[in-house]
Design a protein around this ligand. Sequence first.
Ligand code: ZN
Length: 262
Amino acid sequence: MIDIGANLTHKSFDHDLDDVIKRSLDAGVEKIIVTASSISESKRVAAMTKQYSGILWGTAGVHPHNAKEAGDLFAETLDELIQNENIVAVGECGLDYFRNLSEPREQQKIFRIQLQIATKNSLPVFLHQRDAHNDFIGILKENESSVIDGVAHCFTGNKKQLKACLDIGLYIGITGWLCDPRRNQDLIDSIHYIPMDKLLIETDSPYLMPKALEKELKTRRNEPCFLPHIAQAIAELKKLDLGEVMLNTYQNSERLFFKQTQ
Ligand SMILES: [Zn+2]
């Protein structure tokens, strides 16, 4: 399996990253894409992927929350960072109007620049969107190509939002949100409509610990080794074999992120 989104630069992993990666490999999660949310974090991610070469891969980019701190030189630095062969996507980038930590106009500007950089370098985009669906799809549609190479990471939306993402060619990233009975209703409705060749799985560690595991293991810190739990939840809802979900999501991750490294 491949965990396409884990925030392993989070401070909660500072003391035991070796063990976290060992547990991940033992659980059959053989590659992890480490998510970056700012330029300084992208540099840390790049260094981390070098240290755990062949297991950890990474993204480089600016999260919409951090758009206001991106600075004038961010595009140049990002351009340089993505030349690193372990960086397999631009992101996470997108729009987040839920907390509006940066002004929407600032977010849109930084998002557009990152889309251009990704297109120019033929890299996929790792996309974040919250409470900004219409603007998000609108900006993606400005792209000259009618199809976007990328993933709607931590997708939580309804059927209509799902269709808009699929229509522009996006892959759909599913997290432990699916396992949260308090807020997974939209996603449970839409999961049946995600084609098997567009489905990806991610933990978003250390966030979004699946609720059942949180109770059982008495920890709130999510880890890549819990990825099979998400595959299992999808298999149950879509009435499929667990093996089929694992194989398809693996192949989809390879196709989207690793076609250049093969
Ligand atoms: Zn995100």
